[in-house]
Design a protein around this ligand. Structure first.
Ligand code: UDP
Ligand code: MG
Length: 317
């Protein structure tokens, strides 16, 4: 057996999209098997991330009807990144290559063919990259692109316009398994694995049913998560700011002396007030940033499990 492909799809309250998604993915797998590119033992794995709707019931009945569908039930909701990791780590011993994608099929599934081709050419990681976002709303597009720019400016280098739609080979997954971080930001970690890689471009479509589980608030939290998990640039910036303010304070000192010898010591109430507030604000902000990192260290030292698999439904041939 070789070239077994597993598709891993995290699902959180996706009852509206699963019937359609499962149908389209099955067609995709069937056509790839017929083309002789992947093995018959290939599977579509839905990871239920503690959904509160009928998602798990649907996954279970798909698995009962057709062995091409597999299901992983997590013990509770752990968020997209952890659900995805749970899927990847659970299937890595069964598959030769794994492609991760979202349940809403916003990422064009026809890119799967190109990803598999690149794998067959010898690539270990193939990133799906959005060539345009014409179907996203203006607001989603602007916030999402701002997200990538902010991340890169803060030292968290990621593949531009790549979300978590990617192919990884078995050995790349084994590499990923070595990264034990609790504060998980997969698209920053995967490039650190190394091995030959490539990209595949595709158009991003609309969610065909249901609504986004990533509103602006979650996206901002995700950006902060990403930056503080990947880089210490914000702390460096504080140090830089500290140096700058120290320099300004020397200039102020000299200025004050000159004013003193000129006998004008009472003026300057405004400058004083402004400085107190500005410096106070900066100190609080800096404390907050440093605290953010201390919080991460706290969570890492606890080394809590990143996910708990309650059940894995899989038919092996
Ligand atoms: N998702 C998840 N757990 C969560 C939130 C989202 O597994 O806590 C899944 C969701 O089911 C979907 C994927 O993550 O398959 C991406 O979510 P969504 O499409 O809502 O995000 P967007 O495309 O709007 O960024
Ligand atoms: Mg989506």
């Amino acid at each position: 057996m070789e070239n077994i492909l597993y598709l891993v799809i995290p699902c959180y309250n996706e009852e509206e999209v699963l019937p359609e998604t499962s149908k389209r993915l099955k067609e995709k797998i069937t056509s790839l098997v017929e083309a002789g590119k992947i093995d018959r033992a290939s599977r579509i794995v839905f990871v239920n991330d503690g959904s509160r709707d009928k998602t798990w019931e649907i996954i279970r009945s798909l698995h009962e009807q057709d062995p091409v569908f597999s299901g992983i039930n997590l013990s509770r909701n752990r968020g997209h990144q952890n659900a995805l990791l749970a899927g990847l780590m659970t299937v890595k011993d069964h598959a030769d290559m794994v492609i991760s994608m979202d349940a809403d099929l916003q990422d064009d599934i026809d890119a799967v063919d190109a990803m598999v081709d690149k794998y067959l050419e010898g690539k270990d990681i193939v990133y799906g990259v959005r060539s345009s976002r014409t179907k996203d709303t203006f607001f989603k597009k602007a916030t999402a692109e701002g997200f990538y720019k902010l991340m890169n400016a803060m030292g968290a280098n990621t593949v531009f316009n790549h979300a978590d739609y990617r192919l990884m080979s078995k050995r790349a997954l084994e590499g990923l398994a070595e990264f034990g971080e609790v504060n998980l930001f997969l698209r920053g970690v995967v490039p650190m694995i190394g091995y030959p890689w490539d990209v595949v471009y595709y158009e991003r479509g609309e969610r065909f049913a249901g609504e986004s589980k990533y509103p602006l608030g979650k996206m901002l939290a995700f950006a902060v998560e990403g930056i503080t998990s990947l880089s210490i640039k914000p702390i460096r910036m504080i140090t830089g700011l500290g140096f700058f303010i120290f320099f300004v304070s020397i200039v102020m000192l000299i200025y004050s002396f000159i004013r003193h010898f000129m006998g004008e010591t009472i003026v300057g109430w405004t400058t004083l007030m402004v400085s107190v507030w500005a410096i106070g604000g900066l100190i609080l902000l800096s404390l907050g940033v440093v605290g953010e990192y201390i919080g991460k260290i706290y969570l890492e030292t606890k080394a809590r499990p990143r996910f708990i698999v309650e059940q894995f439904l899989n038919t092996e041939d």
